[in-house]
Write a protein that binds this ligand. Structure first.
Ligand code: GTP
Ligand code: MG
Length: 431
């Protein structure tokens, strides 16, 4: 595959910045830039990186030779001083050579395609990058370590053997294959159900419902609750000119025409300068973690500071910016003006929502995992009940095959490009 590169360490000033490259010819792609050629895999090699201005920056490289790397391809980590401007310049120069900018999640996608991890683990990488609270981080880590993947693998294997046994008993007479003990099949299925129950999704990953979650967020007093009420056509959320009037989030199922979404009104985003605000901020982080789409409100009648603008830019979700109160000359991606007193602009927002939701791969990892887990368990229990009640085995096989399909989809054993892209596009670039 083509060479790709991205800044792996984020856009902040720090002692060290890392650009990660992956591809079949990253070694030669770096040749003109660094002053070392003979470096050993998995060793840190100090070097100088020369930009077009002929300034040689102190650098270092760590080379991971294929297939012993994160992506399974040749990977080079280029260590440089952690200055975002310098890192951007270096990337720009690399992109003029034989290197393409990495798409969000592309490193992990390549790892998946090269058999370095299964889809459950890849999704966990995404959740780990996005996780803000400790229980979510632990959940992501357990899956990443392959613990859950191993269990899912065992469940899948168990299912294949039970389905195989049942199909054999349907297709062949006992004279041909010997009698298959019904009790043995029941016991096998009970073991699978027990294994499945033991892989219950952790609390941190659960959330209500399985609709696309549209979170209304933004600073205090920007009209979030007014917008929530206007969209719901009901006075559900408390509106007041006082800041911080919304504290607990409020949810409503909303029909946007193309389907239903779960709309969430939330507390304002605040700097954590006291315990009360810290509590709200923590709550908000959980909400954004669970959201699939963000509507970010800005109050056009007051000065919109850089913090709010950066907040919008940094949200790693499909998003819409809404200017309330009064239009401004602010220029953000996907921006709409809405007058919540007259209702002007609500139709345009509804259309924008239909558009963005149709492109969103709805369920976040937690929701998808919770839902799939419940669906699998339900089908396994139904199949067991049928077998125990001596109902026709064909029906039990149908339920077991459905459970297997859901499991395969979750593990990525049989996944289409579309689903893959949906999963990987929500990573940040550099992972
Ligand atoms: N003129 C005008 N006033 C608005 C508009 N939207 C909201 N308001 C008023 O702005 C004030 C704050 O609105 P809220 O909807 O409570 O704002 P919020 O973002 O939910 O605020 P918090 O929950 O406190 O963070 C209320 O007095 C609203 O009536 C608008 O588009 N135009
Ligand atoms: Mg409010």
């Amino acid at each position: 595959m083509d060479n790709i590169a991205a800044i792996a360490t984020g856009n902040q000033y720090s002692e060290l910045g890392i650009i990660r490259l992956s591809g079949s010819s990253v070694v030669s792609a770096l040749n003109g830039f660094i002053d070392v050629v003979d470096y050993k895999p998995r060793m840190y090699t100090p070097c100088y990186f020369t930009l077009k201005d002929n300034i040689a920056y102190p650098a270092g490289i760590v080379y991971f030779k294929a297939p012993h790397s994160y992506t399974g391809e040749d990977v080079i980590e280029l260590h440089l001083p952690g200055n975002p401007v310098l890192l951007d310049d270096v990337c720009r120069e690399l992109f003029k050579a034989d290197v393409e900018p990495a798409q969000p999640g592309e490193f992990t996608k390549r790892a998946f395609l090269n058999g370095k991890m299964d889809l459950t683990q890849a999704r966990s990488v995404m959740q780990l990058i996005q996780s803000s609270d400790e229980s979510q981080r632990r959940h992501a880590l357990t899956m990443l370590e392959g613990d859950t993947s191993d269990k899912l693998q065992k469940i899948a294997e168990g299912l294949v053997s039970v389905i195989g046994l049942l199909q054999a008993s349907l297709e062949f007479s006992p004279d041909e294959i010997g009698a298959i003990d019904a009790q043995e099949i029941h016991q096998l299925l009970k073991n699978i159900i027990k294994m499945c129950q033991e892989t219950t999704p952790s609390e941190g990953s659960q959330r209500s419902g399985n609709f696309t979650r549209v979170l209304i967020t933004g600073a205090s007093n920007t009209g979030k609750s007014s917008l929530f009420n206007a969209l719901c056509k009901k006075r559900r959320s408390f509106v007041s000119p006082e800041p911080h009037s919304t504290r607990d989030s409020i949810e409503a199922v909303l029909d946007i025409g193309s389907g239903q979404v779960c709309l969430v009104d939330s507390c304002g985003t605040h700097l954590a300068d006291d315990e009360f605000r810290y509590g709200l901020q923590k709550q908000y982080r959980n909400l954004i973690e669970q959201a699939d789409v963000a509507i970010v409100c800005f109050n056009g009648s007051t000065a919109i500071d850089l913090e709010q603008i950066n907040y919008y830019k940094n949200i790693n979700l499909p998003k819409i910016a809404i200017i309330t109160h009064r239009n401004t000359d602010l220029d953000l991606d996907n921006m709409l003006f809405i007058d919540l007193i007259t209702g002007d602009g609500l139709g345009a927002l509804n259309n924008a929502l239909i558009d963005i939701v149709s492109k969103t791969n709805t369920a976040s990892l937690g929701a998808q995992w919770s839902k799939s887990h419940a669906d699998i368990l339900e089908r396994l229990e139904q199949a067991l009940e049928m077998l125990q009640n001596d109902e026709p085995e064909e029906f039990a096989v149908t339920f077991l095959e459905e459970a297997k399909d859901i499991l395969d989809n979750l593990r990525g054993s049989e996944v289409s490009e579309d689903i893959l892209d949906g999963v990987f596009k929500r990573f940040c670039v550099g992972k």
